[in-house]
Design a protein around this ligand. Sequence first.
Ligand code: FES
Ligand SMILES: [Fe+2]
Length: 431
Amino acid sequence: MAAHVWGTGTSEYDALTRVGPGTPGGDLLRRYWHPVALAEEIPPGGAPVPVRIMSEDLVLFRDEQGRPGLLGLHCSHRGADLSYGRTEDGGLRCLYHGWLYDRSGRCLEQPGEPAGSTFHERIRHPAYPCVERADAIFAYLGPGEAPEFPNYEFLVVPNENVFAIKLFHACNWMQGNEGNIDLLHLSFVHHMVSSNGSDVAPGPIDHRGAAPYREKVEAELTSYGLRVCKVRELNDEEKEFYLCTYVAPNWYAFPGGIVGDDGHSLNWHVPVDDTHHWKFTFIFNRKQPLNKHAIRSGRQAMTEGYRSARHIQNRYLQDRESMDTYYAGMGTVFQAHDMCMTVGAGPIQDRSQEHLTTQDAAMVAARTLLLKGARDIAAGRDPQGVIRERQQNRFPRLFTWTSAIVPKDTDWKAYFHEKDREFEAELMGAR
Ligand code: FES
Ligand SMILES: [Fe+2]
């Protein structure tokens, strides 16, 4: 494939949507660790599972010691599907002629070959390093030495403080990613009112179409992505900040599922191929275990086999009679609203047809970061956020904020810089 020449413009964004090996988007994403499955998909002693990640067909399995391994799906002998294989003798054995692979892709045995054959030593089957953390399996699919496994806070708290789930999306990963950063949408598609007519999720419009609030979405660069804030003017004296964090290239933390600043939720968009992706959602609490059973019950009502019960084929079960209460007419589950919007833009959104506004500036800043990362790779450098030194493997400014009500002249960046100092002091005190 010819080397991509980086300039500027919509076609650049289009290049980022391509995720296979050797594509601009694929090369960028491959420099980072990503979740590739939930741990529950490969229970100890259970069957290997086929997984498709960034247009690569792979098989995920546990060896007899319970350690996860991620190999190319097709046997290096004659291409049989290894997900039907036997887990034994220190690896995964192909059913067709018994070749045995360990987690690093070494071929340990070729039992059909003559005694003394060393051919198996020259086989290097595709294999990617895996780490099990936060009820998920993470893998590095990139070239060379894997970077440090990132010490994001949700990956270092005890497992009982984290809940993980995934949801299939029939669209390109960037649409999901950008849907997070586009904070204005919270006040529209997710907007709903209670039976007494008061706003449950208040927005710049209410259910009668009035416009009680003015909002703007702004961003600030961080060492690993963007801080994104929605600033809402409440009245002549006060405004409200809602703070989220984008971590390049493909995940986003928001204050969902946890009360106060004790933790946050995050969406991590991992491509299956150019036109499908998994949205992995993690919910974590800094200070106490989660009621995973309750969260899971709520999620099971929504999904079947990690698919949404509301989907494009059933038009998301939209009930137009309910639109006085639910802006989208699609009930209370935010994931369905988001899916309708992101999948609805097409398998790969045609960004040449967009008409962006100042409210989209944060999303454009995220695109700019991705383009910069792709250019860094083309120039032989690591993109932003790839950690090689253990001392740099920390993310002290990575937090979110549900609602800070402040005097009208407060600057949100300064306000949260002060919170940074408080967080840092708390972290130092905890040591
Ligand atoms: S195809 Fe797998 S051992 Fe022959
Ligand atoms: Fe949303």
